[in-house]
Design a protein around this ligand. Sequence first.
Ligand code: SF4
Length: 308
Amino acid sequence: MFFNNTDKRYNRFSDHLREKFGVKVYKITLDAGFTCPNRDGTISSDGCVFCDSGGSFSQLYSNKISVTQQLNEGIELSKQKYKAQKFLAYFQAYTNTYKPVEELKQIYSEALGHADVVGINIGTRPDCVEDEKLDLIGELSENYYTWLEFGLQSIHERSLKFINRGHDFKTFVDATERAKSRNINVCAHVILGLPNETRQDMLETAKALADLNIDGVKIHLLCVLQNTQLSKLYFQGKIPIMEEDEYVETVCDFLELLPPSTTIHRVAGNGLKPNMLAPGWLSKKFIVMNKIDNLLEKRNSYQSLKYK
Ligand code: SF4
């Protein structure tokens, strides 16, 4: 089975966007000056073990310039580099619902006011989406393509404790159901290769997301960045890193369990960052992606093959 009139055996988000909007659509990552309750002392001061000082932000822009200016610069670059024509404003840095609702309205409206922006993706925590905030985002979804991206990482409580998420799986389920009831698309971020998780454990996360009929999944592997809690454990030899072939096999198994409608936002994290300590093999992300395509083909498999 192929998806979005391509030869892809999974429902890749970028292909889905091209099908939906008829042109190439690109996500512009933004830092709108949020912080995070798992870093400011409200839940903890340490943050998630893998999170660096950028709050999971992977791009150049910073909140020193306005959202509009970040969008203008990102859009210009993406038009030239990727020939993209429409854009999603991706609020990525830290917890992007962690302000009063009136301020959120202003911030999201500024992004959606840009002529080339067709929607927003809001990265946040499932314990930071009170009903009034979901009502606001639900209203936006009446006119714009709207996503909430929840960092879940794993359904297993012992793993959530290990990574110091500061919330449980039940909170994610509750937030997802409340968001979906307002027609907001929900994407779950997951991490493969957490210490003490077997492949079966990781696939249980896939099954639970399939049961929720999740709209999107972003698959990362456990990466060790400099100056994180995880790096200290890594240097003590306590963090085994998944091998490339094992990761590729697990991603294919994971995809087979998801519904065909679930869009796949990533299959291999962000690629190599300058401050990444491990794994080295992720430096050639496109090779990993090709290996996933090749293994699905070799298995004569595809996303949803084992979805019940
Ligand atoms: S919730 Fe996000 S921003 Fe906050 S500590 Fe965890 S990864 Fe970092």
